[in-house]
Design a protein around this ligand. Sequence first.
Ligand SMILES: [Ca+2]
Length: 511
Amino acid sequence: MFASNSDAIPTFKVFSLLISLLISYPAFTGQDQNKTYSDEDIVSGIRASLKSVIDSKKDHYDSPPNVILFLADDTNWFDIGPYDRLYKYTPKNAITPNIDKLAREGMIFTSAFTSTAMCSPTRQQLYTGIYPVKNGAYPNHGDAYAGTKSLVHYFKDSGYQVALAGKGHIAPQSVYPFKKIGKEAKDNSGESTFGIEAVSEFISDSHNKPYFLVIASHNTHGPWSRGDRSKYSAKNINVPSFMIDTPQFRNDLVRYYAEVSDLDREVGLVENALAANGQKDNTIFIFTSEHGAGMPFAKFTTYDAGLKVAFIMRWPNKINADTKSDALIQYVDVVPTLLELANKQAPENIDGKSFKKVIFNPDLPHRDLVYGVHTTRNIRGGSNYPIRSIRDKTHKLILNLLHESKFENSGTKGIKLGRGMLGDWYKAGQAGNERALEKVARVTKRPKMELYNIQNDPFEEYNLIDEPGSETIVEALLPSLIAWMDDQGDLGVQTELEACDHTTASYKTCP
Ligand SMILES: [Ca+2]
């Protein structure tokens, strides 16, 4: 009886290996053709050759991995499929098959955080490993201090090609000397918001030289104009529980979720480019959501809907598939982690600490506390409204340092005129929806301190600061928040007022 094909292939491989050993090992091709070889010579020859084969495989296995860091833009963590399905309280709208697959093949982090919920400071802390006030880029559209190093320096020094496709929103260039590929501005033309053609070309041209490629999509930053809206319907969409259900807001959500699915489609395009070039196995692929969406209580806040991020890492044969870590991590930790995964030394003079150990043992903890810092000055239409926060596994403490002022930005300007989301909610309030009025009021006027039990109240709707027992929790968290501010050189209100000294952007809203 003939062996099946699946049996025949290994047999053939064994013969090929033995023949190649006989040909390649010097002892068998030696100059002295008359020399006879003992059994011991032959065995040691085969051993030596096998060792060299194993070593060459090992070198390949240990060769520096590529890194793809795929960033969304203004996307709620709970609108990414694997997260949406993990909890009862999430809205169950997300259609993200490509990101779902990525999560099945990798590890999802359920407790990952940026320290700001706005674009420029988020990206700059992620790329430098330093929190916003200390790196200088704490206002939106801010600049990092000259001389600050970023992942571009660290990975270039390690022999990597380092490129950025898509959104920049970082400064100055000397801190982020990326090779720029693709397209930087958001437009609706083309197959992707970042330039998939340039990304595919970059991946196929890498020629075994390791690369670190940041792909910064423009999805789902407003205005929501891309994607297939037929995937969602205003009638059937679920309004997130902490928001207000109105017909207009349902239409807004359809346009937003169409971009969520378009973002997912873009992840699929990058996956195709990786697979076409046989680079999936030696590439660490990270998908992360950047910060919360341009909706009330998400972007421009320190609530979890703003600061918490989806963070998924895949590295085939290294990170176990379909795993989950609840360790608290922050964006500043990402660069040192990736450096260590690439067998490089992480710098010590940054805020971030490597969570490499968590990746290989997802039950381990990382941080005890995560921090938040929000600067309202220099946001479009922004008032002076500094916010700081600290969170452990169970509670969040928020300080509104100028709580007697009003929080204002472009989204609050048209409330009484019925404009925008808040104006729409205000109209619902005027028509009798008391919860809508209360929500709108909470955006502009906030108490000095807010305390939330994240486990019971994940969307931070019920401030416990005046409840019995809150003092103990405040006493546990507040000193650590103040110590962190001290370490950052953060002077609170004064830091807020100095925000415009930290931007060279042509656009500036400071008086
Ligand atoms: Ca953003």
